[in-house]
Write a protein that binds this ligand. Structure first.
Ligand SMILES: [Zn+2]
Length: 347
């Protein structure tokens, strides 16, 4: 009997030893300074010499927005691309939920042990890639003293009267943030309030929403596209979106990036490949390949070569879901937008 139990006893002892080793290793991974660092709703990764990715990693809406920050000491300014969900987190132990406080107070190892904008000494310039709630819920923190920029493509879409609906704040039961954006044209060069360039230009890329925009940084070859697309997470269109407009915007970006990869689009970029950064997933990936592949997936959807995986009702409209084999690209949108794009293609 005892002999029969021996393998189980040995397995139990082995499991205990493995568990002990695993958890002791985990402990060793915790930084020694953990007690001194307040727990924040954001995590930062340095992407380039000037640019940082702030991930709002545990938000109550499960949006996990990616906020990009570019520090421009020569202009005494700091550019913020989107402001996330306002720090609303599922974790009750989080001490810092304000994006602005995080940027001004929290010392970061990846920034030589300093906050990104210590004491708020640099001016903020904030750009909304578009007005959806998960990109603007932090805007009020900057509304009183900072330049906030948005696309001028469709001013009525961003009007005070329409923002609660178009930001999705109304359908989510959220208070719509109050801020007054400066609406800027296509190919607008972003500057500080003293008109010092920040080295980044706005490109109008309507489709996901009429106000969707991209930003391009030629010196660092970085393209920021908001919610126009991403890999692995579904590309989503609300009822205010347009696949027809999206296809034109993606073709524009493909041509733009191809020219910039060749170093010849008038933005004065240096050699090297443009990298794409998106609003929820996808960071520093080759822009041309990602854009072309996303557009090809959408062409397959419009051409009827992708099967509808799911039908669901959202905001009183039939929505459809498509998922590419392998899961790289997926789409969720009102079926009406696919049918519209199909009609345009057939004309
Ligand atoms: Zn969006």
């Amino acid at each position: 009997m005892l002999l029969e139990l021996l393998p189980w006893v040995l397995a139990g002892v082995l499991a205990t030893i493995l568990c002990f080793l695993y958890y002791s290793n985990q402990k060793n991974c915790i930084p020694m300074s953990i007690d001194a660092v307040p727990r924040a709703a954001f995590r930062t990764t340095r992407l380039t010499q000037s640019t940082f990715l702030l991930s709002e990693y545990n938000d109550v809406y499960d949006e996990q927005p990616q906020i990009f920050v570019k520090v421009v000491p020569s202009a005494n300014a700091i550019l913020i691309i989107d402001t996330g969900c306002g720090g609303a987190t599922v974790d009750p132990d989080i001490e810092i939920t304000s994006l602005r406080r995080y940027i001004e107070d929290v010392k970061l190892d990846c920034n030589d042990g300093k906050p990104l904008n210590e004491g708020g000494r640099m001016e903020y310039v904030v750009v909304a890639t578009h007005c959806h709630y998960d990109h603007i819920l932090g805007m009020e923190q900057f509304a009183a003293d900072s330049r906030i920029l948005a696309s001028s493509h469709s001013p009525s879409f961003l009007s005070r009267a329409n923002l609660p609906t178009n930001s999705l704040c109304a359908s989510m039961g959220l208070k719509t943030p109050v801020y007054t954006p400066i609406l800027v044209p296509h190919r607008y060069a972003v500057t500080s309030s003293a008109r010092v360039p920040l080295g980044v230009s706005v490109l109008h890329t309507p489709g996901h929403t009429p106000d969707e925009l991209a930003l391009y940084d030629p010196a660092e070859k970085m393209l920021y596209v908001g919610d126009s697309l991403y890999e692995t997470a579904a590309i989503i269109f609300p009822k205010e979106g347009s696949i027809v407009a999206w296809m034109a915007s993606m073709q524009y970006l493909i041509d733009f990036v191809r020219a910039e990869n060749d170093g010849d689009d008038g933005f004065g970029g240096r050699g090297g490949e443009v990298l794409i950064n998106c609003g929820h997933e996808t960071v520093c990936r080759p822009a041309l390949e990602v854009l072309k592949s996303a557009k090809e997936f959408m062409e397959d959807v419009i051409g009827g070569r992708e099967p509808v995986r799911e039908r669901l009702c959202r905001r009183e409209e039939v929505n459809v879901r498509y998922v590419q084999d392998g899961g790289r690209f997926a789409l969720r949108c009102p079926e009406r937008l696919v049918l519209e794009a199909r009609e345009v293609k057939e004309v």
